[in-house]
Design a binder for this molecule. Sequence first.
Ligand code: PEP
Ligand code: MN
Length: 338
Amino acid sequence: MLVVMEHEATPELVAKVCEEIKKLGLTAHPMPGAQRTAIGVTGNKSRVDSDRIATLTGVQEIIHVTRPYKLVSREFYPENTVVNVGGVLVGGNEFTVMAGPCSVESEDQCFAIAEYVVKAGAKIFRGGAFKPRTSPYSFQGLGEKGLEILAKVRDKFGLKIITEAVDTETIEIVAQYTDIVQIGARNMQNFSLLRKAGRLKTPIMLKRGQAATLDEFLMAAEYIMSEGNHNVILCERGVRTFADHSRNTLDLSAVPFIKRNSHLPIITDPSHGTGRREIVIPMARASIAAGADGLIVEVHHQPEKALSDGAQSLTPIMLEQLMNEMRRLAPVVDRTCS
Ligand code: PEP
Ligand code: MN
């Protein structure tokens, strides 16, 4: 259920309505908007008898939400959520690019790549310190040492940082270092991890699972939001199909579907979505055309030596080309890319 407050409703009236909702044994999630505040109501097992709420001062309208996901749905919050990552916005008019290596390998490697990322004009630096690898014998990441390197990248280059948390034991330490915590595809339905992410203040980027439907994807985001963290960015990173010309199939129709059904920003990952660097730029073009709010791409100054995902890592020249193309395409879809 969604309680829409009148435009003039004061914070005191909003608080009073939240109190009444709690008295009914339900949870209230106030969501201030540009025009008015809406209060999401969750915790009901069946349709709520809303008469008591409807008559409270300041309440304009009650909307019964029929979808399984509530807080993430556009019915709940009609405006676009803009996630503020320390001044860099995701989900607004700006098309935001995150770029960097798959794995943090060393300080030298990150500094070299960060220089190219800054030169190309991307604002957020990616790099995994804790890596979810298919094989236990593959490089697992530098762990906390990797986080320290990322913090140095932030200080030296003025970039924001995104890095992955792979489990509940390390998510808090990851959050201390980073500007966005990534939850990877393999963990999309790790519900205890999602709940813990929901208790953080740090923005979360949630990647779609390799075989997840969009309802499952949105329900996973609902776990995070239901714990109080509303700063969620979604990421389409490709799903498993019969296709063997690419590592995954980047499901671009997910972008308009999510935009229609959710207020959360959605970006794409054409690196994991294709697995091949030659296809990354064309799929990035398609992503901006489909309405994505940005991209996350892998880049390496020496991709042939990369400890993970070298084949899909752009070279620095390709990253520059990608950014130039996004800058040219952005106005065509009424966006900016600075
Ligand atoms: C990554 O971003 O490096 C990664 C492991 O992504 P995914 O979870 O999409 O496979
Ligand atoms: Mn990778």
